[in-house]
Design a protein around this ligand. Structure first.
Ligand code: NAP
Ligand code: G4F
Length: 325
């Protein structure tokens, strides 16, 4: 039986990836950072919490990663751990650098020391393109990060490339554009919107306060995107791939889909609050997934309409449960 180790297993992607690997017959281990409250709700939602094995550890602690490699005997490591919220990265830039940036080299060093034949996936991001240098971003587009998070991820990306070239590690970097799901953290804009729409529809909230609704993102479904991570590690040679839908939409239009689904008028509820503006914004992201299509046979199979509808429905269900409606 193949073994895989996932850092960030309790996050959105970690949970979907764990489910995918379990379905493929893997033994799945998760590096589990100590938290004072339970952080396993996503694994419970997918009904797989008891099927994965947690190993106490943190990506800022090299010794704990080495122990996790030894205990799990993993042949594939997926490094998804991060302080992943862009907004917070201006409030906690050093923590973001330590976890999202230096955390990557800790995992790579652990692999290099313990067993360099282990295959490695790094969760890179379209946020690295920041102030975009090309209308459609591909693997060849120059980077220009606009947040401490983007800067930390850029280090993670290049150190992955560097370990591949220096030590011949099978280390791949997936440059994933925004991907969402009913398991998305509530602080991210899609989930903030779908949760608010459910509360407004059910009479539990009146307004939705947002920042820059002219920003454009290339949004896909997380369930589709974790498949691409796995495919990268099944290739003979490690490489870097953009994973995206190839379509971009404003936050405003994404809101329209959510409100329209439950017959509400967004203009009656959205309030622009400068509190949610960022010190430097990424105005537009649009990915070119051609390489992934051709080399991995990967395609985004969920439309933004389907995705937002799925998220609104899941939040309607949750809010009804919360209030016993
Ligand atoms: P997420 O929901 O925020 O999950 C992040 C995970 O990292 C959580 O399990 C978190 O655990 C864990 N973590 C945080 N600090 C840690 C530490 N010091 N040691 C070990 N684990 C730690 O993020 P996501 O949306 O699933 O994204 C997964 C990865 O892909 C992240 O690296 C993210 O930056 C990257 N990415 C995401 C997107 C996207 O659109 N979702 C796009 C491109 C790239 P706790 O919850 O206990 O803190
Ligand atoms: O949902 P967001 O917070 O996602 P963002 O900043 O694009 O980052 C996400 O995607 C990255 C991939 O490109 C990942 F690497 C990263 O880890 C994360 O998953 O914000 C999306 C857009 C931004 O332009 C933001 O300014 O929505 C705009 N926005 C407008 N009002 C808002 C709000 N964002 C949030 N979170 N909250 C608002 O009220």
């Amino acid at each position: 039986m193949k073994s895989a180790l996932i850092t960030g297993i309790t996050g959105q992607d970690g949970s979907y990836l764990a489910q995918l690997l379990l379905n493929k017959g893997y033994k799945v281990f998760g590096l589990f950072p100590r938290r004072s409250t339970d952080s396993t709700w996503r694994l419970e939602f997918l009904n797989i919490k008891d099927d994965v094995e947690f190993i106490d550890g943190d990506v800022t602690d090299l010794a704990s990663i080495l122990k996790a490699l030894k205990v799990s005997k993993a042949t594939e490591v997926y490094n998804l751990a991060a302080q992943s919220f862009v907004g917070t990265s201006w409030e906690q830039p050093i923590l973001t650098a330590n976890v999202t940036g230096t955390g990557v080299v800790n995992v790579l060093e652990a692999i290099r020391i313990f067993d360099p034949s282990i295959k490695f996936y790094q969760a890179s991001t379209s946020e690295m393109f920041g102030l975009i240098q090309e209308e459609m971003q591909s693997e060849k587009t120059p980077f220009y990060p606009r947040s401490p998070y983007g800067v930390a991820k850029l280090y993670g990306h290049w150190i992955t490339v560097n370990y591949r070239e220096s030590f011949d590690l099978h280390a791949s970097s997936g440059i994933l554009f925004n991907h969402e799901s009913p398991l998305r953290g509530i602080e991210f804009v899609t989930r903030k919107v779908t949760d608010a729409v459910a509360r407004i529809k059910l009479g539990k909230q009146q307004e939705l306060r947002l920042g820059n609704i002219d920003a454009k993102r290339d949004w896909g479904f997380a369930g589709d995107y974790v498949e691409a991570m796995w495919l990268m590690l099944q290739q003979e040679k490690a490489d870097d791939y953009v994973i995206a839908t190839g379509e971009t939409t404003t936050v405003r239009d994404m809101c329209n889909i959510a409100f329209n689904h439950v017959n509400l008028n967004p203009e009656d509820h959205i309030v622009i609050d400068p509190k949610f503006y960022r010190p430097a914004e990424v105005d537009v992201l649009l990915g070119n997934p051609e390489k992934a299509k051709n080399a991995l046979g990967w395609n985004a199979s969920t439309s933004l309409n389907e995705l937002i509808t799925m998220m609104v429905e899941a939040d309607m269900h949750r809010v009804k449960k919360e209030f016993g409606i």
